[in-house]
Design a binder for this molecule. Structure first.
Ligand code: NAP
Ligand code: HSE
Length: 441
């Protein structure tokens, strides 16, 4: 029996996927039963990284998602539209869908999974988060006996590469970004990566799987790495930390009723050098999952790239092919709807409540430039104290542009209180600027 794959896209991930499908030797035997049926692209004239008969290529992507012969549609074209509409149309035509498109899933997951459940088809997304690292299936299956407490990850390779180089070279952000673009590690338009938006899409997906509720993307607090300076990295180093762009999803219990909420956020963070995520450098990704009773489990590996991402895409195709092979897709419920495997299908019906960032309780690092005059540190301390912000350390190592540079690390404080203290500090006559504020893990 052959399972027919309709591929939407033959770029980085599509080519990698086709390369595996065309060369099944020494991989899982079921791969030999997968056939690329048709491939949708934008341009028929482009040179391709894989050798496919030209008649398999088409620019008419609708004809793929409606083709009665196609069993699985693999969406690796990216972007929001027409990817969203094509996935919905594939589902409406009874096709299973595999996608690497975190942007579309983070925004339209509700619509796509609701349609898939109604149609009795699977939408699998292993490649959408952390490329080649298996993390979606472990959250859905291998770790499903656990009460997950937190998922903390480095899920964007571009920013991790930039921060790692800033750390090792002492260079500034703009300098490293320009070089990363020249070397092809960062996109010409780096916005989605460096402003944290790509990581926000990914953590929204991880939070949804870890905690069993859908996430409204605009509620994910998101800060990128543009404001991280060489000075902050150097101070962090002296204080025993490295700076990483962390994506965090965590259970929280706040508010008068102590109702369960989630923290879902992306921001640069001072990570203690002894923490498992501190040594994840370069383009690598890692995700630390904390669950009861398993404890800490960390997944590490390549978060992007043709081969690694295709590895995840093909695993999803194989999961679906295995279901089709044993006829599990033909088992129906009493109401006549196809019975979906509850460990593979999306079972979330509600939206999770997200803790507003002001309610977050965390530690902070702040770098303040002040006049170099007696009593300034005392005034800063008083100001923090006025807002119930307790300081763990205060460091003044020298002058920067004739200003005294004072670095503080707080104990755990409510973010709202800390921001109020900063507003008061900003208005002090002896304070020139608050050069940076970062959270501390
Ligand atoms: P890519 O290299 O730009 O490839 C996109 C492919 O889709 C190209 O073959 C392009 O056709 C085709 N395409 C795009 N829009 C189209 C349209 N409107 N009509 C017809 N064909 C269209 O992208 P990619 O890097 O493979 O990424 C694909 C998806 O995987 C994205 O959602 C991305 O976020 C996700 N992803 C990528 C990576 C990675 O390492 N690259 C890792 C994880 C997830 P032409 O070739 O004719 O232009
Ligand atoms: N742009 C992403 C990154 C890769 O830098 O990690 C695709 O998810």
């Amino acid at each position: 029996m052959a399972f027919k794959v309709g591929l939407l896209g033959l770029g980085t991930v599509g080519s990698g996927t086709a390369a595996i499908l065309l060369d099944p030797a020494q991989r899982h035997p079921l791969l030999k039963e997968l056939k690329i049926h048709r491939v949708g692209v934008r341009s028929l004239d482009k040179a391709r990284a894989v050798d496919l008969p030209v008649e398999q290529l088409t620019t008419d992507l609708e004809s793929i998602v409606t083709d009665p012969e196609v069993d699985v549609v693999v969406e690796v074209m990216g972007g929001l539209e027409p990817a969203r509409s094509l996935m919905l149309k594939a589902i409406a035509h009874g096709k299973h869908v595999v996608t690497a498109n975190k942007a579309a899933i983070a925004r339209y997951g509700d619509e796509i999974f609701t349609a898939a459940n109604a149609a009795g088809v699977y939408v699998l997304i292993e490649a959408a988060v952390a490329g080649g690292i298996p993390v979606i299936e472990p959250l859905k299956q291998s770790l499903c006996a656990n009460r997950i407490q937190a998922v903390t990850g480095i899920v964007n390779g571009t920013t991790n590469y930039i921060l790692s180089r800033m750390q090792s070279e002492g260079s500034d952000f703009n300098e490293v970004l320009a070089d990363a673009q020249r070397l092809g590690y960062a996109e010409a338009d780096p916005t989605a990566d460096v402003d944290g938006l790509d990581a926000a899409d990914k953590v929204a997906i991880l939070a949804s799987l870890a905690f069993g509720g859908r996430i409204k993307l605009p509620e994910v607090h998101c800060e990128g790495i543009r404001s991280v300076s060489a000075a902050d990295i150097a101070y962090a180093e002296k204080l025993g930390f490295v700076i990483k762009l962390l994506a965090t999803a965590k259970r929280d219990a706040v508010g008068e009723d102590e109702a369960e909420q989630l923290q879902v956020r992306v921001h640069p963070t001072l990570v203690p050098k002894s923490h498992p995520l501190a040594s994840v450098n370069g383009v690598y990704n890692a995700i630390l999952i904390e669950g009861d009773p398993v404890g800490q489990v960390m997944f590490f590996g390549p978060g992007a790239g043709s081969g690694p991402t295709a590895s995840a895409v093909v695993a999803d195709i194989l999961n679906i092919a295995a279901i089709l092979k044993v006829g599990r897709d033909t088992v129906v419920q009493p109401d006549g709807k196809p019975l979906l495997d509850p460990l593979l299908a999306c079972s979330h019906q509600h939206y999770s409540k997200i803790t507003p960032i002001d309610e977050l309780v965390t530690r902070f690092y702040a770098r303040v430039l002040t006049q170099d005059s007696p009593g300034v540190i005392g005034k800063l301390g008083t100001c923090f104290g006025n807002h119930e912000v307790s300081l763990e350390s205060v460091v003044q190592t020298g002058l920067r542009d004739d200003s005294a540079e004072i670095v503080v690390i707080t104990h755990y404080v409510r973010e709202g209180n800390f921001r109020e203290a900063l507003a008061e500090i900003q208005s002090m006559e002896s304070v020139q600027s608050i050069a940076s504020v970062l959270r501390v893990l």
